[in-house]
Write a protein that binds this ligand. Structure first.
Ligand SMILES: Cc1ncc(COP(=O)(O)O)c(C=O)c1O
Length: 392
């Protein structure tokens, strides 16, 4: 028995987005960010598609995600990870040849221990905080960190291959903070060079920096959201304006068509009342599937080629819509997909729910089947039923 809702993932759209990103660069490497199950799109299929489309590196947040990805993809792709617990045993990550981000002196000790335990040189990337006040060495500690890392290099325990940081306000191109972060990053770069490190990869830019701040491109960029065809800041430019194609189309069938008297209260709390003519449709998705309750009475859908919206409160497993004239039971209700198909986008959902497109796609639950189209190389999408529901 299958669940009725479907997220179609167009891997060729992902490949096309990656090539669009690359066309705006000047030869820099591209690290495809596939953390959080590739922003809800399915980590391994998206990682394979990104590699097929020419990604040089993969990036995930958690070390555990990196190890799972290594198990799925084998020894070749470079994989960077940047989050792990304070007591994490880093030996499995060293053994799996993950690029381990080091943000603290304790992590530097842990990685050296892991290198001794495994008998392998750990590949590490130092992270410096240049304004995000999140992870990373404080700028004033970077010289000491680089000196200690260099000592571990000479002992044969680590190889420092990267120095990186993260932008806090790249989606506000005029605010001036990115330029300050670049200056601080330059100071970190100089400090690591003075310590004797010869670093291959300096990187700073996620999607916003990649699109709007060429000065942050350095040796590699780390796009995430743009690969999935959403805009990092729709107020600056929509995904369509950026030449991106939505990778995910989320739909579910209309399972019920009810005519009710005008003015009938709808769903919990009767926060909405049926209009006239009053035709209500039921969609089998709810907040347990990641459909935000804040979508109640606001988020758009497309059914039978017409736009409609959610009526009343989103429930745990279902919500009600105003049914367009031409719609019938069994029709696909498209919640979001690519703008060129005339359907709402996840960015529109973000606006309707008071959040961002990132959150809309990343929180979809396991009752939504993922079905993969294409392979990232740009061949025309074709249904691949053998990959249905198996993101591996
Ligand atoms: C360190 C790091 N790099 C890159 C990204 C990708 O960001 P975006 O999806 O905005 O491109 C993220 C995501 O939050 C991140 O945490």
């Amino acid at each position: 028995m299958e669940y009725p809702s479907l997220a179609e993932i167009d891997l060729d759209a992902l490949g096309a987005n990656l090539r669009t990103v690359r066309s705006g660069l000047d030869g820099q490497k591209v690290l495809a960010v596939v953390k959080a199950d590739a922003y809800g799109h399915g980590r391994t299929p998206c990682a394979r598609a990104a590699l097929a489309a020419g990604a040089d590196f993969l990036g995930v947040a958690q070390l555990a995600e990196a190890l799972e990805l290594r198990a799925d993809l084998g020894p070749h792709p470079r994989i960077l990870a940047w989050i792990y617990g304070p007591d994490a045993d880093l030996a499995p990550a060293v053994a799996a040849d993950i690029d381990i981000t080091v943000s603290t002196f304790a992590a530097l000790d842990a990685v050296a221990l892991a290198a001794r335990t495994t008998g392998r040189r750990a590949r590490i990337q130092l992270k410096v905080d240049t304004a995000m006040s999140r992870g990373g060495f404080a700028l004033e500690d970077l010289a000491e960190a680089a000196t200690r890392a260099r000592r571990l290099e000479t002992e044969g325990l680590v190889r420092v291959v990267g120095l990186w940081s993260h932008l806090a306000r790249a989606d506000e191109p005029a605010c001036g903070l990115t330029e300050i972060q670049v200056e601080r990053f330059e100071q970190a770069r100089a400090a690591s060079a003075r310590a004797g490190l010869d670093i291959e990869l300096h990187h700073l830019a996620a999607s916003g920096g990649t699109l709007w701040h060429p000065s942050t491109h350095y040796d590699m960029v780390r796009p995430g959201i743009v690969l999935y065809g959403l805009s990092p800041e729709p107020a600056i430019a929509s995904a369509a304006e950026l030449g991106l194609q939505a990778v995910m189309t989320l739909s579910a069938p209309v399972v019920l068509d009810r005519r009710v008297p005008a003015g009938t209260g709808v769903s919990y709390g009767h926060t909405a009342h049926a209009g006239s003519p009053a035709r209500l449709g039921l969609i089998p998705l709810g907040y347990a599937d990641g459909i935000a309750r804040s979508a109640s009475n606001s988020a758009p859908l497309s059914i039978a080629g017409a736009r409609t919206r959610i009526l009343g409160r989103v429930c745990m497993d279902q919500f009600v819509v105003e049914l367009p004239e031409a719609a019938a039971v069994g029709d696909d209700a498209v919640l979001f997909g690519d703008a060129a198909a005339g359907v709402p986008t996840a960015d529109e959902w973000g606006a309707a729910c008071g959040t961002i497109g990132y959150e809309i796609v990343t929180r979809l639950g396991p009752r939504i089947e993922r079905r993969y189209l294409g392979d990232g190389t740009g061949t025309p999408p074709a249904r691949k039923d053998e990959t249905k529901g198996s993101p591996a």
